[in-house]
Design a protein around this ligand. Structure first.
Ligand code: N01
Length: 547
């Protein structure tokens, strides 16, 4: 059809493109807009039914972002001049509305195709193109593209432990990222939540007032901190819009892509009173300040880390009445390095455990043995539930990419290639997989970077590289193996200067049985990463083979 013709030529049912993007989250939509503006024939495909990425899928009660706006949005004035948030930390539905706004203003829909899950991408050496096959409601769809940009994000593959008996449960068992769009009526129901990551914490807080009984199954504490939500009245925003350009500009010059940064002093440079006052100020400001705007040695030095934990612990213990529950939620003895597992922002999480109908189950002392017809059987007893919510996370960072059958010139799949560990150059490209780039993936700042900041800075870098190739008449780019080895080593070396490896977390691949243990993120900070990208481009894409 003429409409389809705009997106590329159809030959034998194969759609010819310059670029195929996977993913309608921040990474994918930024690239669609800017690649199309640069004159490429580009199409975005997405397994979900609309824009939003993680926000399309995560519709569980309480789902909201814990990065504040305007940090958590694109820097394009066409978007923010015509958009008003209702809260400092918007909920999932408001984020989907934001994405719809982005799609309208940028006119994205004509080049986006939903309910389309890419199953394989195979490099065709004779044409120097990727052949990409996707499953749709109308059967299989095939694309051919010079560039393949899988923006699958860090949480595209759910993880549910292999508990015995899940299928035998008479009630509903679900993962929160597959929450039904029409919602669930949980009023007066008996509900179990397994897992106390960001998802578990948000769910528990929202469900507690609604249900007749809530059991939260905890394996590891979440050192969540007060969010300090703000409702914006009458269109007032966090700051006047005139200040936005400078604000967005500054975002790339910080450790984590926000408008704040570590204090340029170490914990014990300050005397105890000054330190206390500093902690109190960060605590009162909410957001991730007590984690990512605190003393610069907090994530790197044991004593500094313990000092932060102790402050958190005392603040938290004061909220919990029952001494046993208090010891389980905020133990006197530090259980792991503070901030080396994802900290969540909370709105009354600890207080729910003061309610008589909310129970905390410590799965370390009473492990889950199986899911039964009636509910959950632990080593101690069987508990009855109407709903069991497995808030057990994702095969983070690598799972979304590895679940697609991606094969480069050698015929080896990405999943085989990464079987024993992850190898990338700059956290965006893999040796042996030409013309393929991803954002918010492994070995980049990803989970330590505000999403939109990294979507823009990585996306822009990829687009500039493509423009450079087009101008020079080049067809193929591939990471050099020696640079991939060097980058992997550098990622590990930086991680080893920190306390991250001392703690079991999804940052280290620990949450998935059998997954290699390695630091999956680049901890050098966004400033250093941005500079590294800039230097690489300025040096003629050193570290990449261009043909
Ligand atoms: O997943 P998680 P998530 N038996 O992996 C537990 C982002 N996010 O969906 O810690 C018992 O963090 C596991 O225990 P442990 C954010 O980046 C953001 O909550 O491994 N328990 C843990 O408590 C976040 O980090 C937002 O010991 C088991 C939980 O399940 C990421 O997404 C909101 C278990 C999994 O926590 C993922 O968060 C939501 C078992 N066999 C998510 N296996 C916001 O912006 C696992 N667990 C606010």
């Amino acid at each position: 059809s003429i409409a389809n013709g705009l997106n590329g030529l159809h030959l034998n049912g194969v759609q010819e493109l310059d670029v195929l993007i996977i993913g309608a989250g921040f990474g994918g939509v930024w690239q669609l807009k800017h690649l199309r503006d640069a004159g490429y024939k580009v199409k975005l495909v997405e397994g979900g039914g609309d824009y939003g990425g993680v926000w399309y899928w995560n519709r569980y009660p309480g789902a909201r972002v814990d990065s504040a706006v305007p940090s958590y949005e694109f820097s394009d004035p066409d978007l923010w001049k015509t958009w008003t948030w209702t809260q400092r930390f918007p909920g999932s539905a408001e984020l989907r509305a934001y994405f719809a706004h982005v799609a309208d203003v940028w006119d994205l829909r004509r080049d986006s195709q939903f309910d389309t899950s890419v199953e394989s991408a195979v490099w065709d050496g004779s044409e120097a193109k990727w052949t990409i096959k996707a499953k749709t409601n109308q059967g299989q769809k095939v694309f051919k593209a010079r560039f393949f940009l899988p923006n699958t994000g860090f949480a595209a593959k759910r993880y549910v432990p292999d508990w015995k008996g899940i299928g035998s449960f008479r009630g509903k068992f679900l993962h929160p990222s597959s929450w039904p769009h029409e919602g669930l009526d949980l009023k007066g129901k008996k509900v179990a939540i397994i897992g106390t990551g960001s998802t578990g914490v948000q769910l528990a807080t929202d469900l507690a007032p609604l249900v007749s009984e809530l059991a939260v199954f905890q394996r590891t504490i979440n050192t969540c901190m007060p969010m300090r939500q703000v409702d914006y009245e009458d269109g007032a925003q966090a700051m006047p819009r005139e200040e936005y350009p400078a604000f967005f500009e500054a975002r790339t010059d910080s450790f984590s892509g926000f408008d704040f940064n570590f204090i340029g002093r170490s914990t014990f440079d300050d005397d105890p009173e000054t330190r206390r006052a500093t902690y109190e100020k960060l605590w009162a400001e909410g957001d991730f300040k007590f984690w990512l705007a605190t003393y610069q040695d907090m994530l790197f030095t044991k004593d500094a880390n313990r000092e932060a934990y102790n402050f958190w612990r005392d603040k938290t213990r004061a909220k919990i009445r029952d001494p046993q529950v208090r010891d389980l939620l905020a133990p006197m003895k530090q259980p792991y390095s503070f901030g080396c597992k994802r900290i969540s922002l909370e709105n009354g999480y600890f207080e729910i455990f003061n309610e008589p109908h909310v129970h905390l189950v410590d799965v370390n002392s009473t492990p889950i043995e199986e899911i039964t017809f009636k509910g959950i059987k632990t080593s101690e007893k069987e508990c009855e539930f109407d709903y069991i919510i497995s808030a057990t996370g994702f095969d983070s960072m690598t799972g979304g990419l590895k679940q697609i059958d991606i094969r480069g010139p050698s015929g080896q799949s990405l999943s085989e290639h990464w079987k024993d560990g992850t190898y990338t150059n700059l956290g965006m490209s893999v040796s042996g997989f030409p013309n393929m780039f991803f954002t918010y993936g492994p070995q980049a700042p990803s989970p330590f970077c505000n999403g939109p900041t990294c979507a823009q800075l990585q996306g822009d870098w990829i687009i500039e590289l493509m423009n450079h190739m087009r101008d020079a008449g080049l067809k193929k780019v591939e990471a050099k193996e020696e640079n991939v080895k060097k980058w992997r080593q550098h990622v590990a070396d930086v991680a080893n200067t920190s306390l991250l490896p001392s703690t079991r977390s999804w940052y280290m691949g620990d949450n998935i049985p059998g997954k290699p243990r390695e630091c999956l993120l680049y901890l050098g900070g966004v400033t250093a990463y941005y500079k590294k990208l800039g230097d690489t481009a300025a040096n003629g894409y050193d570290g990449f083979k261009l043909e």
